[in-house]
Design a protein around this ligand. Structure first.
Ligand code: R5P
Length: 293
């Protein structure tokens, strides 16, 4: 196995190569004056190549670099696994309105056309739609690693899911952190405005509430949930997300709502957060997907 790190691997390529004891190389990317990119792969020491490239902002550039890299390897007859810690476009997993493209299917078709035969990603928004890729897929669950990380930093925690979709995650995380949990009911209107309707039990008074979600994007969900937790008597509120997209002024928004700490994983770089490395979890998924090749 040969690990090939793209420019958006955020260090995961290095950690994964150490954990797996595999050689590591780096993709060389240059830019033409008109903005187009050119990709060059180094000499590879094994025919099974694992490309590590996250597709955080700028998504199109990072995704296209990955496609060019895979295509170059395909021409070298390599067997290609793509490790995409943050998989962009995964939230548009159906046509919500007639005529809308199912973006994640388009991304998976492009990966396959470029020669990718196995895929590893971390906590996608929904895993069901990824079956479209086929059977050679492994989904890393980083919840346990993140829960352990957060658990070490808080002494009187309570886990809060900002919506029903995050309830299973909150339950599991609370079990690992040996604390209570509760969840909220969230409504998002067609303009993206988030409102919290009600909470389902739990005593927030004096607790270090930590809101767990799969993705923190604009921060609106966490902002509303944090305000709610304070109104119920929380002593402090922090936020934990597997993927810290942090679009627009999400960090400022969270700060204004009194969120004092942000925890996350290294699927996306985020300087303002306390981030845990999940390379060991990813390495386990790479081993798994290698077995089903
Ligand atoms: C949605 O269901 C997800 O689990 C997240 O709650 C959502 O993507 C967060 O988005 P934002 O930070 O923009 O509210």
């Amino acid at each position: 196995m040969f690990i090939l790190g793209g420019t958006a691997s955020n260090g995961i390529d290095i950690h994964v190569s150490r954990v797996l004891g595999a050689d590591l190389g780096k993709v060389e990317t240059t830019k033409f004056p008109d903005g187009e990119i050119k990709v060059k792969v180094p000499e590879i020491s094994d025919n099974h190549v694992v490309i590590v490239q996250s597709t955080y902002y700028p998504q199109e550039k990072n995704l296209f670099e990955l496609l060019l890299t895979a295509h170059a390897l395909r021409d070298m007859n390599a067997d290609i696994t793509a490790v995409i810690p943050y998989l962009a476009y995964a939230r548009q997993n159906r046509s919500f309105y007639q005529g809308e493209a199912i973006s994640i299917n388009a991304v998976m078709d492009l990966l396959k056309a470029a020669g990718v035969t196995s895929l590893v990603t971390v906590n996608p928004h929904r895993s069901g739609p990824l079956r479209y890729f086929g059977s050679r897929i492994a989904i890393t669950n980083a919840e346990s690693t993140l829960a352990k990380w957060v658990g070490k930093k808080l002494s009187n925690p309570m886990v809060l899911a900002p919506d029903k979709g995050s309830l299973d995650m909150a339950k599991g995380v609370a079990e690992m952190m040996k604390c209570d949990y509760s969840y909220l009911e969230k409504h998002r209107d067609t303009y993206g405005t988030v409102s919290i309707r009600m909470t389902h039990g739990g005593n927030f008074k004096g607790k270090e509430v930590v809101i767990f979600d799969d993705i923190i994007s604009t921060g609106s969900t966490i902002e509303q949930a944090a305000r709610y937790a304070y109104s119920e008597g929380a002593a402090s509120v922090s936020a934990a997300g597997i993927h810290l997209v942090m679009a627009d002024d999400a960090v400022g928004k969270l700060k204004n709502a009194g969120v004092d700490r942000i925890f996350g994983t290294n699927t996306i770089p985020c300087e303002k957060a306390d981030v845990v490395d999940i390379s060991e979890d990813i390495a386990e998924s790479i081993r798994h997907v290698a077995e089903i090749r």
